[in-house]
Design a protein around this ligand. Structure first.
Ligand code: ADP
Ligand code: MG
Length: 258
């Protein structure tokens, strides 16, 4: 599926305060099967962008489309994964993974097959009867991924999904995300605070600046998508390029305020 933002502006209105412009005329097109990383300082509208793509809110002006149709609400093929995993603590690993299929009333046999396959894919086979509290943070995030994969989504949106994990676990999960994306072929948007993560996992890196929020750079990163890349000099060069774009965005935003 193709996802497109056309001149998207979002104003938040809070009681007794001036309205706040979270996104200002955002243009962005994500091609089918593409993996895009989004990076930028807190408050620059990254989560807002994902909520719009997931159909959880509408722009104040401009339009968000998927395959040419305006996104008016949540859609079956889209999953949004958050930092806090979104698991139900009183349900087992199996039942958490199958939740989306159950809500869609998929027949029991097919449900069970797809749940099993998804748990296998993320490396959680054998843990079906555990409860989330009995899993490590990394395994909990794998479970959240299994739930999305079981639903056979074609658009996977992730909002800082690995931020709660320690550094080594985080790299392991980055590899899992990479493998999943290559296997499943979905379109992916990953919001992250980590430059290395953005460069490892995004074929394009969208760099956003502090409010008044805009896209300061879109950096092509065609080498993303292999495990070897992380050890390659080109990887470090690209990280530097992203860092420069981030710094530049912050400087320009400060100048604009003066
Ligand atoms: P990011 O994810 O990049 O940190 P957000 O999209 O969460 O940024 O928020 C962008 C700006 O919009 C921030 O200044 C934030 O405080 C504001 N904002 C986000 N959600 C709301 C809301 N529901 N009501 C009012 N302001 C909001
Ligand atoms: Mg956010």
């Amino acid at each position: 599926m193709n996802l497109k933002f056309d001149g998207v502006t979002v104003d938040y209105h809070s009681e007794g305060e001036d309205s706040l412009r979270a996104l200002d005329g955002l243009d962005l097109a994500v091609a089918s099967g593409e993996a895009v990383s989004i990076i930028g300082p807190s408050g620059c509208g990254k989560s807002t962008l994902l909520r719009l793509a997931a159909g959880l809110m509408k722009p104040s002006s401009g339009v968000v489309t998927i395959d040419g149709s305006v996104v008016e609400g949540p859609r079956q093929g889209t999953a949004l994964i958050l930092q806090d995993f979104g698991l139900l603590p009183w349900k087992t690993v199996h039942d958490n993974a199958e939740l989306g299929l159950k809500i869609r009333k998929i027949p029991v046999k097919e449900r069970s097959e797809r749940t099993h396959a998804a748990l296998q894919t993320v490396g959680l086979a054998g843990f079906e009867n555990r409860f989330p509290a009995e899993l490590s943070g990394g395994m909990q995030q794998r479970l959240a991924l299994a739930r999305a994969i079981a639903m056979d989504v074609d658009l996977l949106l992730m909002d800082e999904p690995l931020s709660a994990l320690d550094a080594l676990l985080r790299e392991e999960l980055q590899d899992t995300l990479l493998d999943l994306w290559r296997q499943e072929g979905h379109t992916q948007i990953l919001v992250t605070h980590s430059i290395e993560e953005a460069v490892y996992l995004g074929q394009r890196i969208v760099v956003m600046a502090p409010p008044p929020s805009r896209v300061v750079a879109v950096i092509d990163n065609p080498d993303a998508g292999s495990r070897e890349y992380r050890l390659d000099n080109r990887f470090f060069e690209r990280c530097k390029e992203v860092r420069r774009a981030l710094d530049e965005g912050v400087c320009k935003a400060k100048e604009a305020q003066l």
